[in-house]
Design a protein around this ligand. Structure first.
Ligand code: HEM
Length: 176
């Protein structure tokens, strides 16, 4: 049997799939991150107090109005979310499939085309060689550094993934 799908139908299928993705990938990730953040606040009341003080201060300065711009002024709260995502990345590992043979730079090791690759995000983000005292909840790491460690080079903070399949949240953050 032969089916013909017009470009419009294919586009509708694609948009429907993206819509499903937005719900399934956007909802659980955000709610789990909020839950982990509250969990860390309970274990570290001093961080909760600082975040609360900042929220009160910013809201007071803007007559109690909660807007997108006001939230952007809450740098400590932002650092709390970053630190939550470091310690509790929702995707604890990323999966990729090698599309070509690839030699790891500086070595003779070849990753052959078709090999599945698992990137251990949780292990990397809790590596004591990268993050000092990795099991401690320290939002301050992210106050002056977007990746939590101004001294280390390379890719080691990736709670939203990286590359072409990176979370579309990054897209939203950068474009709206
Ligand atoms: C704290 C919140 C979130 C976290 C931690 C998170 C994390 C991730 C991660 C790790 C990936 C895989 C990236 C990769 O393989 O490189 C991903 C993909 C994705 N995320 Fe999120 N996400 C969050 C919120 C959202 C929201 C709010 C939306 C939509 C409104 C969303 C939509 C997507 C979509 C559509 C993909 C698939 C992208 C693709 O495969 O091309 N995410 N997310």
């Amino acid at each position: 049997m032969f089916f013909y799908f017009s470009p419009l139908v294919i586009k509708i299928f694609f948009l429907k799939k993206q819509n499903d993705n937005f719900y399934s990938l956007g909802f659980e990730t955000s709610s789990s991150t909020a839950s982990f953040c509250i969990f860390e606040f309970c274990r570290n009341p001093e961080t909760q107090r600082k975040a609360q003080e900042e929220i009160d201060r910013v809201l007071k300065a803007h007559g109690g109005k909660l807007t997108y711009e006001n939230i952007a002024e809450m740098k400590y709260l932002d650092a709390c979310i970053d630190e939550t995502l470091r310690k509790h990345p929702i995707a604890s590992f990323l999966v990729r499939l090698a599309s070509t043979d690839f030699r790891i730079p500086g070595t003779n090791a070849i990753i052959e085309k078709g090999t599945s690759i698992f990137i251990p995000v949780l292990g990397i983000q809790r590596d004591p060689n990268i993050f000092e005292d990795p099991l401690a909840f320290k939002p301050e790491r992210f106050l002056n550094s977007s990746n939590g460690n101004g001294n280390s080079k390379g890719l080691f903070y990736m709670p939203f993934g990286d590359g072409p399949r990176e979370c579309e949240k990054i897209f939203f953050q950068n474009n709206f």
